[in-house]
Ligand binder design. Structure first.
Ligand code: FMN
Ligand code: SF4
Length: 365
């Protein structure tokens, strides 16, 4: 019998009740210091009520120079702990496994008074943002490994079952694996290792420190840009991450230069299930489970991806905002057709619900 999305899945001792995962989606509902607010908790209550087996809470920054936008969730200071505890509890109470996504924006970062220059593997500005960038010193890279590990400790203390490392969409970890952004010739470059050492060191360090913590690694399988990251390199990276101690590889794609604008990889111009084939290749390269996101518009497609074993988990973002009954409909508990997401730019950057979703985003009123 082929697998189906309503079968449970075990990950490092945790059982997901089904194969649906709420995608990490930045809300900007944190307060000015990046702390969890009541509005954010209400948002996650709604998101978890969709019936997903796991929720990856939005990108949370691991260091003061790392945010990608204002009011990004804070995962680096002790004052964030009580709010993160409430967030993990809110997700658990509704029967989903909570993960916290750990993030550093690197060259796609937001300048501040204290940090006017962005940091990255090499001093190459993002063509979309065109902000000043300097290359990280090897010692700073080692410090960042420690900061990711400290943030993982904060997530564990807050009651999250695990963390997801944001290695996709052109942010810092991705910048280390793409030849477009990593032109270093030291030990963190791409010449001496098939996959850059930095992401592997982050995973190894977290695994060593927290043997029971679930570790998901979200990667962009390809940059979808000339001379960018290839699928073949990402398969090697995924194998390396598995060896380093990751439990799950979550497949996405692109960086700002291929995700923004009218030709966005997740806009109307690309096929449904746009990263499905890449996920299948990565699934074949590793023996840990693989998740896939990206325009999985209809339940039939989700059923097909799971039945074909292209991926073990389906990650849904905008689909759940547009139609909170999507999963019930996929299960046949609600016979109405799903409300199709329009793939419009209105919620491209920060999720405040779909303005004309099936249920009004009451947390926002
Ligand atoms: C409003 C919004 C915020 C997002 N924030 C994040 C984020 O914090 N971390 C991340 O990895 N991806 C983020 N994404 C990408 C989603 O996780 C997902 O990969 C993307 O929306 C494609 O899936 P979908 O077609 O089901 O929406 C965001 C997407 C949206 C629409
Ligand atoms: S705002 Fe647009 S892209 Fe976002 S969920 Fe609604 S229809 Fe989809």
């Amino acid at each position: 019998m082929p697998p189906n999305p309503f079968e449970p899945l075990s990950l490092r001792g945790y059982t997901l009740k089904n194969r649906f995962v709420a995608a990490p989606m930045a809300t900007q509902y944190a307060d000015k210091r990046g702390l969890v607010t009541e509005t954010m908790l209400a948002y996650y209550r709604h998101l978890t009520l969709t019936g997903v087996g796991m929720v990856v809470a939005e990108a949370a920054v691991i260091s003061p120079e790392g945010p990608g936008w204002s009011r990004e969730l804070n995962a680096y200071s002790e004052e964030a702990l009580p709010g993160l505890r409430q967030l993990a509890e809110t997700i658990r109470e509704r029967g989903a496994i909570p993960l916290l996504q750990l993030h550093h924006a690197g060259r796609q970062g937001l300048p501040s008074r204290e940090h006017t220059q962005m940091v990255a593997p090499s001093p190459i500005p993002c063509p979309v943002l065109d902000r000043p960038v300097r290359a990280l010193h090897p010692q700073e890279i080692k410090d960042l490994v420690r900061k990711f590990t400290d943030s993982a400790r904060l997530a564990q203390d807050a009651g999250f079952a695990g963390v997801e490392l944001h290695g996709a969409h052109g942010y810092l970890l991705h910048q280390f694996v793409s030849p477009l952004t990593n032109q270093r010739d030291d030990e963190y470059g791409l010449q001496r290792h098939a996959a850059s050492r930095f992401p592997l060191e982050v995973v190894q360090s977290i695994r060593r420190a927290f043997p029971d913590l679930l570790i998901s690694y979200r990667l962009s399988a390809r940059d979808y840009l000339p001379r960018g990251l290839t699928l073949q390199a990402s398969c090697l990276l995924a194998k390396g991450l598995e060896g380093a101690g990751a439990d799950l590889i979550s497949v996405s794609g692109g960086m700002y230069a291929s995700l923004h604008g009218p030709e966005s990889l997740v806009g109307p111009a690309t096929p449904y299930g746009v990263f499905r084939d890449d996920a299948r290749d990565i699934r074949e390269a590793v023996s840990i489970p693989v998740a896939v996101a990206g325009k999985i518009q209809f339940p039939t497609l989700a059923h097909e991806i799971i039945a074909n074993r292209d991926a073990h988990l389906i990650v849904l973002g905008r689909m759940l905002l547009r139609d909170p009954a999507w999963i019930q409909k996929a299960q046949g508990l609600d016979r109405n057709p799903v409300r199709e997401c329009l793939l419009c730019p209105r919620c491209r950057f920060h999720s405040r619900g779909c303005p004309d979703g099936a249920s009004r985003p009451t947390w926002n009123e």
